[in-house]
Design a protein around this ligand. Structure first.
Ligand SMILES: Cc1cc2nc3c(=O)[nH]c(=O)nc-3n(C[C@H](O)[C@H](O)[C@H](O)COP(=O)(O)OP(=O)(O)OC[C@H]3O[C@@H](n4cnc5c(N)ncnc54)[C@H](O)[C@@H]3O)c2cc1C
Length: 393
């Protein structure tokens, strides 16, 4: 059933190099991340020190090719890194994931000049940012955006508002989706994507207060007569922005799936620790059948989410179209994250509802995974369409 063609060459990394990298991540999580998660999450505080450490480890260049100074990691290794970090603190992964989506748009669709100019700075994290697609009136229906870019000599003049943009405050450059021809039909033909650094005319509006996914900034971005040179139009040709913005979504969905895997596994870990320690009626609660049923389902869900995500990542590493595989992974892993977090909260009893324990954060954070990179309603529609297309009589 999988679209994975086992005969296509698989992009890989030396297993020893991967083990060293994952070991470094594990030690970093233990020493630097775990002690500060609750403080940052509760105060919604930007983790400046951790960001500097992620920069040092090269995470801002994780999937950027080595020729541009990145680590050039295959998606399978990327899944392992993201899920490991997310199993302790999901929000942290959003800081480099969103940035890598910007980099992926430039690396896949940029001109040679754009790649040479921007990718080395993205890879070191000297310039960091994300994707600016969503607007107050247009999320799922991206073709309804109203931000316009009007050609003026060698420049474009941009006006409009973006919302919900991750890294909006602390980032300094974004892939900005606009309409260069608002009257085009079909609508996607009038859309273009720009590399948009912060300068005059580009201001940050309000910081959005959220249920979870704290510490990473989600903000409104406002563009008022914001000028960009035509050299910042990705690919150098108008009208390709919609494909460019959505063309990176396979990797985007694999990375949201990896976060879901991390949350599902993290919730399972916390629930297991608690269930073996907490006693009622003279025995640990993990020996009561009601709790065993929950843990049995949680283990299975977490495992299935990981396998689906690795399956999608392998297809991606073979250079195959994998929107269905990535969609299934994103859909299943994000729902697994929500279900496992909720079940873990129940296993914690009253303490699951307390801010003194970590499990409530998993529940708050997991719900976002059902929305980002295409809502789960849309994922199921995409999966169904691809399935029918691949199996049409
Ligand atoms: C914390 C957070 C971070 C984000 N970060 C970014 C970012 O960095 N950059 C960025 O550009 N955006 C970002 N977003 C925005 C996110 O991508 C959108 O919220 C998402 O695409 C959904 O769009 P919407 O909120 O406008 O909902 P709508 O599109 O208004 O959807 C509302 C509901 O209708 C359903 N629906 C809509 N259309 C259909 C349809 N055709 N068929 C069936 N169901 C449908 C949806 O599934 C959903 O349930 C972020 C959002 C959040 C919450």
């Amino acid at each position: 059933m999988s679209g994975t063609n086992q005969s296509a060459p698989l992009r890989t990394i030396d297993p020893q190099d991967e083990a060293i990298l994952l070991n470094t991540i594990d030690r970093w999580i233990e020493k630097d991340v775990r002690p500060v998660v609750m403080e940052h999450d509760h105060a919604d505080k930007w983790p400046a020190e951790l960001v500097a450490q992620m920069q040092e480890m090269g995470l801002f260049g994780a999937t950027i090719s080595q020729e541009y100074g990145g680590l050039g990691l295959p998606a399978t290794t990327y899944v392992k890194i993201v899920s490991r970090i997310a199993s302790y603190w999901m929000a942290l992964t959003g800081i480099f994931n969103s940035h890598l989506m910007l980099a992926a748009a430039v690396e896949r669709f940029g001109t040679p000049e754009q790649k040479a100019l921007w990718l080395p700075k993205f890879a070191t994290g000297e310039i960091r940012g994300g994707l600016a697609l969503t607007e107050p009136n247009a999320g799922t229906d991206l073709q309804a955006i109203r931000t316009t870019a009007v050609r003026d000599g060698d420049d474009y003049v941009i006006n409009g508002t973006k919302t919900w943009i991750s890294n909006g405050i602390h980032g300094n450059c974004f892939a900005l989706l606009v309409k260069t021809d608002p009257k085009a039909e079909p609508r996607y033909k009038g859309m273009s994507l720009f590399i948009a650094p912060k300068h005059d005319g580009f201001t940050v509006g309000k910081k959005i207060k959220k249920l979870g996914y704290n510490a990473i900034d989600s903000a409104e971005l406002v563009f008022e007569n914001y000028r960009l040179p035509a050299a910042n139009l990705i690919g150098g040709v108008e009208g390709l922005g919609f494909q460019q913005a959505t063309g990176g979504l396979e990797l985007g969905r694999i990375n949201v799936a990896s976060r879901g895997v991390g949350l599902a596994e993290g919730a399972l870990r916390l629930a297991t620790e608690y269930a073996t320690m907490r006693e009622t009626m003279g025995k640990p609660i993990c020996e009561h059948q009601a709790i065993q049923l929950k843990i049995g389902e949680m283990v299975t869900r977490a495992r299935a989410a990981r396998l689906l995500t690795m399956d999608a990542a392998e297809a991606y590493d073979r250079g195959q179209r994998c929107d269905m595989e990535a969609g299934m992974a994103k859909y299943f892993a994000s729902e697994a994250a929500v279900r496992n977090s909720e079940e873990a909260m129940r296993i914690f009893g009253g303490y699951g509802y307390s801010k003194e324990y970590e499990i409530e954060r998993y529940y708050r954070d997991s719900l976002l995974m059902c929305i980002g990179e295409g809502t789960n309603e849309m994922q199921r529609i995409i999966i169904s369409k691809q399935w029918v297309k691949r199996h049409a009589a």
